[in-house]
Each structure stands twice: as C-alpha cells, then as structure tokens.
Design a protein around this ligand. Sequence first.
Ligand SMILES: [Fe+2]
Length: 207
Amino acid sequence: MDLEGLNSWLAERNLKGHWDHQPWSQVVRAHLWKWDDIYEGLNWSGKLITTGEAGRRTIQLRNPSLSAGMTNTIHFSVQLVNPGEIAAAHRHTAAAIRFILKGNPKAYTVVEGERLPMAEGDLLTTPNWTWHDHFNGGDEPIMWLDGLDVRLVGTFGAMIQENFKKEHKSFWSCASDLDQERVCRAALPLSLDGDLRQSHGTERKRG
Ligand SMILES: [Fe+2]
C-alpha cells in the first residue's frame, strides 16, 4: 500500500491522516438570496400552511457552500404571520433578533409578557431562554427577518427548545387586548410568575 492508497483506505472508514490536506468543508462562502424569491415563496407558504401547522412559518436561507444552514454561527429566516394568527409561545437557548420588514399597528411580539409592537424598520431582540410569541391583530400579513445564533449554540450541543404548554396561564392574554390602555400584570407562566413579581413589582403598566 502506498500513501495514496492509505488515504483512500482511511477515507472509506471515515478516517483521515493529518497529512492529507482536504478543503475545510465548513468554509462559508458569500451568497446572495434574492428578496423577490423569498417574498414569493413566503407568500405561497402563507396560502399553503398555517402558522399552527408549521410551528413557525419561515423560509430559511440556506447557503449552498454548507450542508445545512446559512453560516456556522448565525442563521437567518424570513417569517410570515397572517392576520389573526399567533405563532405560539416557546423559548430556546438560542437568542434572536427580528428586523421588521412588514408590520402593522396591531402586530406584536411578546417577550416574557412584554408586548413589543412590530412596525416596519423596527428591530426587536429576544434574549436566550425567554418566552416569546408573535401575534398579528391587523388586516395585512406581517413579515420579518429572523436571526438566531442557533448554529453556534448547536455546535456546542446546547440547543434546547421548550414549547409553551396549554396548562400554563396564557401570557399573551394581555397582548390580545389591543385596543385599550390598561394595567396589565405580566401574565407569565405560573412557574415564573412569582419570581417575576418579586423582581419587578406586582404590576407593570402596558400600552
Ligand atoms: Fe423562537
């Protein structure tokens, strides 16, 4: 067996000698995703699948230089929520930013019981392991760019997601009362409620 033969023999067994320099498969190459394609695909998805069925109705940006995902650290998708829909609450160890592309005055992301309006051009953050859902109370679909450090977190095997359970008190109930100003205690899951009230007081005024 010569060295080339050994390289092949090792490769067949998913092994590799340090001397056998191969292109690093995780190199991320630049790629351009066209908005027209994203927008058309997203609109089709809005007709073909509900947010409830999809969990999150997102079109993921996939980099052809990688086997999966957009980069080795962050991942971006574009999300659509139709009028009247709620993208159900969950939390995960990946943190997220949301850059709003199409919003309306009755569209909200709720983070740990805090209602954050979604207007075009706004940037929202969802820190890691915070409960969050998205609600569109307007008449037009809303869209935003979702960015998460999910690839980085996943590299460390630390990606965990938990869906909000129905037996928990709904914490977007305050957010659903869109038309009136009122005092609204952060309606967080019961398991978190006590801790939150201790650290932030019993009531917080919400708009
Ligand atoms: Fe999320």
